[in-house]
Design a protein around this ligand. Structure first.
Ligand code: F6P
Length: 336
């Protein structure tokens, strides 16, 4: 089989489908290059001195790991000088990062979760990087937080890297979803899955069951029905998986179907995951692969963000299952 690198794929998307401009191609290649550096740091583990806490907290009050800080620095450094960005925002930075005046500015806004799945860093379980690309609104010269507050439907590209047994980059530019595996000898991302399509049904669900006592009735109903298996209304057995790294759970779902939920509950009233750099990019990818993504009631990509670091409930994956969970929410009395 002829191997297609990420660069070739992007050039083809640019030439044949018009889905990518030269500037967007540069942006994606720069992010991919930064992911290679992060992958290298991750693979060194304790030998590279990258494990453990950084001794600082991020804006959400969560203790930062050394790799959270390293990944953020790698992505900022890689992206600020190329001339493709108007500004960038990150889970690890309270406010958007302005492009230094010595560098040219471009038309795009980059949002990122530099190191997703932080609790898995020190235990050698898959972790990753998530990113989302928006256009800087017309006429905005110094983009502040307001410039970023656009619904997910405005995304022009989204992707994530999984640093697992191999490093995989999943990408959409709005014309389907493709996955690329890092060939370490060549130093290139090589396409290993094209036109990823999610099966509409599934027998596998992913949810942190330790939150069960806090779940709302529609979530409880859906999971209870899955757990009842062959003997219940679903008439089939279900399996459960929870990696606790969204990148790994979503990659599994893209590969063999499934549903992922981190819903709003009595403890996480506004949800646990971040709308702009976790839920939106994953929703874009999942929808491009034929799946669906809601907050239980609304399509995630149609939510108008009010804050850069806002949280949201997340239900995403195989369409028939997500539709079912959403239906259960819509049938239930509205949340107080
Ligand atoms: O912060 C994001 C994240 O690490 C996701 O990658 C993952 O799905 C979730 O949090 C894990 O949450 P919990 O610690 O409740 O299992």
């Amino acid at each position: 089989m002829k191997s297609i690198t990420l660069t070739q794929y992007l050039i083809e998307q640019q030439r044949e489908k018009g889905a990518v401009s030269a500037e967007l191609r540069l942006l994606i290649e720069v992010v991919a290059r930064a992911c290679k550096r992060i992958s290298h740091a991750v693979s060194k583990g304790a030998l590279g001195g990258v494990l453990g806490g950084a001794g600082t907290d991020n804006i959400q009050g969560e203790a930062q790991k050394k790799l959270d800080v390293i990944a953020n620095e790698v992505l900022v450094e890689a992206n600020e000088w190329g001339g493709h960005l108007a500004a960038l925002a990150s889970e690890e930075m309270e406010h958007p990062h302005q492009i230094p005046s010595r560098y040219p500015r471009g038309e795009f806004l980059l949002l990122m979760d530099p190191l997703d799945g932080s609790s898995n860093i020190d235990v050698n379980v898959s972790i990753g990087t998530i990113f989302s690309v928006l256009r800087c609104p017309d006429g905005v010269v110094d983009p502040d937080e307001k410039a970023f507050l656009q619904p997910g439907t405005n995304q022009v590209a989204a992707g994530f890297a999984v640093y697992g047994p191999c490093t995989i980059l999943v990408l959409t530019v709005g014309a389907g979803v493709a996955a690329f595996t890092l060939d370490r000898e060549l130093g290139s991302f090589v396409m290993t899955q094209s036109e990823i399509k999610l099966s509409p049904d599934t027998q596998e669900f992913a949810i942190n069951a330790s939150n069960m006592r806090n779940w709302e009735a529609p979530v409880r109903r859906y999971i209870d029905e899955c757990l009842a298996g062959k003997t219940g209304v679903r008439g089939k057995d279900f399996n459960m998986r929870w990696v606790a790294s969204m990148v790994a759970d979503v990659f599994r779902i893209l590969s063999r179907g499934g549903i992922f939920m981190y819903p709003c509950d009595a403890k996480h009233k506004a949800g646990r995951l971040r709308l702009m750099y976790e839920a939106n990019p994953m929703a874009f990818i999942i929808e491009q692969a034929g799946g669906a993504a809601t907050d239980g009631r609304r399509r995630i990509m149609e939510i108008q963000p009010e804050q850069l670091h806002q949280r949201v409930g997340v239900v995403l994956g195989s369409k028939a299952e997500v539709d079912r969970v959403t239906q259960y929410h819509l049938e239930a009395p509205a949340r107080a």
